[in-house]
Design a protein around this ligand. Structure first.
Ligand SMILES: *Cc1c(COP(=O)(O)O)cnc(C)c1O
Length: 360
């Protein structure tokens, strides 16, 4: 069987050494030495400042929203459910605007139209879906014209840059997920990168019950801290990250080269590197999708129909500015196997199986 995904397994010898240190310190959580080390290493590696570790990527979204003071969001219907449910959970109002049919990211023109039609959302939440950067320049411009803040869900975009600048440096906050299935992981975990130090400091209190050291409780908070065992896994995995990113990019290009004349592929941001987080293909309709799934299943090749359904079909009480592209794409989207342990031979095998189908 060729697995859809397979978590990076941390080097146990290295991990054991770090865990021995944790045990001998007796400092298991609450911003200990491993946490501090991982924060610094990630800031260096990613080229960012104001990075705050969290216990997962969903809490990262929630804490980012609280820290910048969001109450109503405009968002993409084409993402993992957490992008939107994180804000629904804290009673934010939600509005949906459509995606661009080529990049599959939130469409700036659709956002512009929504505001022209009276949208009052104070915050835009957009996903760099599959690690493909949003049109951050156009979104920045709209943010100035319409006075909204920006949170990017960058759960798929670890290591992604445009023009050699980390994609995490756009927007007021960007969130990462370090779940086991992601490009870089700490088993469960996440992070927020803030543009402004004040928001970082607010979030630092929020993830620790609203406590400011020396002053007691100054804010309504929650517990969203990353612990020392998780941070140790992160430190070990970070040592492998360049190899992993290179390997994933190689697989990604091999897939794209092999499939470009057979199925529709999302259009990538022209100034971006790729991190090979996912391998999405777009089929014309449900029939074509079912044919390909049947064939892949019969050949023991795992695949997943995501992201589907379009999130406006789940959150039906949200304001909807029309999402025809998202509704159509979510019917025909399919992700092929993509992970650090996948080989180039396996990718070529999957490509050949799909080629035999003569979809076009
Ligand atoms: C994985 C993911 C999340 C949630 O992250 P967790 O760490 O699993 O909580 C949020 N948004 C997107 C787009 C994701 O893919």
């Amino acid at each position: 069987m060729i697995a859809l995904n397979s978590p990076v397994k941390p080097n146990l010898k290295k991990l054991y050494k770090l865990l021995e240190q944790v045990n001998s310190n007796g400092w298991f959580t609450n911003l200990g030495p491993m946490h501090k080390e991982l924060t610094g290493r990630l800031e260096d590696y990613l080229g960012v400042k104001n990075l705050l570790l969290t216990n997962n990527g969903t809490s990262a979204l929630q804490v980012a929203g609280r820290a910048i003071g969001s109450q109503s969001i405009i968002s993409t219907p084409f993402s993992f459910v957490a992008t939107v449910s994180a804000f629904k959970w804290q009673q934010d109002k939600v509005a949906f605007a459509d995606i661009d049919p080529y990049s599959l990211n939130l469409c700036p023109q659709a956002v512009k139209t929504a505001y022209r039609k009276g949208c009052k959302a104070d915050t835009l939440v957009a996903t760099h879906v599959y690690g493909n950067p949003c049109d951050v320049t156009a979104i920045d411009e709209l943010s100035e014209q319409n006075n909204f803040q920006i949170i990017y869900d960058a759960a798929h975009a670890f290591g992604v840059k445009i023009n050699n600048q980390s994609i995490l440096n756009y927007g007021d906050a960007s969130t990462l997920s370090f779940h086991a299935t992601k490009v870089f992981h700490t088993v469960e975990g996440g992070a927020i990168v803030f543009k402004d130090r004040v928001n970082y400091e607010k979030a630092e209190e929020i993830i620790n019950f609203g406590i400011r050291p020396g002053q007691g409780v100054v804010n309504v908070g929650i517990n969203a801290k990353m612990n020392e065992y998780q941070a140790a896994v992160g430190l070990v995995n970070l040592e492998e990250i360049d190899n992993i990113l290179n390997h994933r990019a190689e697989l990604f290009y091999a897939y794209r080269q092999g499939l470009k004349d057979i199925v529709t592929l999302p259009t990538w941001h022209p100034e971006s590197n790729v991190n090979g987080a996912y391998m999405p293909i777009i089929l014309e309709d449900k029939q074509q999708l079912e044919r390909i799934i049947q064939t892949l299943d019969a050949n023991n090749i795992q695949n997943r129909h995501y992201f589907s359904p379009s999130l406006d079909k789940i959150f039906v009480d949200s304001h909807n500015y029309g999402t025809p592209n998202s509704l159509r794409v979510s019917e025909g989207i399919l992700c092929l196997p993509m992970h650090a342990h996948l080989s180039l031979d396996e990718v070529n095998h999957v490509v050949n199986i799909i080629k035999q189908l003569t979809l076009r």
